[in-house]
Design a protein around this ligand. Structure first.
Ligand SMILES: C[S@@+](CC[C@H](N)C(=O)[O-])C[C@H]1O[C@@H](n2cnc3c(N)ncnc32)[C@H](O)[C@@H]1O
Length: 245
């Protein structure tokens, strides 16, 4: 749960109340409203709580005064963090319309509270990565494991940032070495490389992610994993990286 110390005007309280709960990938609470309840809320809250422990400190350190691109942004929880940290501009992209509509609501709720130019777009990240525009910091959380070619995506991401990127990925194999496997979506014998593809994808070791990052041209500045006791549930690897030029 993200608590935003913001009192919403009545029109936005109504929008929050009437919004589709599926759009709230990360639940939010305002001074006078909270995102709709649903059966998975507790899990969603815990997931954000642990993910933010891995990532928020990096965002707070590297986002201020920078132009930030948030790939796979969902409803923009980490974009909002970057804005609150003082980013100059944040662009979030996600393929899921209901999530971007919630992200847009969040951007409007922050008007007058932050100086950041916030913009959210329903887009496929592959298209965005193919464009020439470059950002100071690219955030890529929770997406790399479910694209068909993570190595190619990291190489494109290298060209999308002028200096820094923060990468977080899931389904990490808890073992030493550099290896992994590819899962096809249940009941299918082909893989759709574009969204929606969350039921298939890569299970790779942290060692493999390190090699992919270095191969794409990044230097790993810092790494984060959840505490051991949580890794069976949250199989994550996160890295703060810098371009080697
Ligand atoms: C696991 S969620 C991660 C959300 C957020 N970054 C976080 O870490 O809290 C993955 C998101 O990626 C989006 N997505 C998956 N494939 C995509 C694609 N090819 N282009 C844009 N968004 C995509 C999904 O809609 C989903 O919201």
């Amino acid at each position: 749960m993200v608590h935003l110390n913001v009192t919403l005007p009545d029109s936005l309280v109504k929008e929050v109340r009437e919004s589709d709960y599926a759009g709230w990938f990360t639940p939010f609470e305002f001074n006078n409203a909270r995102s709709p309840d649903h059966s998975k809320r507790f899990y969603y809250q815990k997931r954000y709580e642990w993910k933010s422990q891995l990532l928020n400190e990096w965002i707070d350190r590297f986002a201020p005064d920078r132009r930030v691109l948030d790939l796979f942004c969902a409803n923009g929880a980490f974009s909002v963090r970057a804005a609150l940290a003082g980013a100059k501009e944040v662009t979030g992209v996600d393929a899921e319309e209901s999530r971007i509509s919630v992200a847009d609501l969040l951007a409007r709720s922050l008007e007058g509270h932050v100086d950041t130019k916030l913009g959210f777009h329903v887009r496929d990240v592959h298209e965005v990565l193919a464009e020439d525009e470059v950002y100071d910091l690219v955030m890529c959380f929770g997406g790399l494991y479910h694209v068909s070619d993570p190595a190619a995506m990291l190489e494109k991401l290298y060209h999308k940032t002028s200096k820094y990127a923060i990468i977080q990925t899931s389904h990490v194999v808890q073992a030493p070495g550099s290896w992994g496997w590819f899962r096809l979506p249940r009941g299918q014998d082909t893989y759709v490389p574009q969204w929606p593809s969350e039921t298939g994808g890569w299970s790779l070791t942290a060692g493999c992610y390190r090699r992919l990052l270095r191969n794409a041209g990044f230097r790993i500045l810092e790494e984060q994993r959840p505490p051991y006791a949580l890794r069976p549930r949250f199989r994550w690897y996160a890295a703060m990286v810098e371009k080697v030029v």
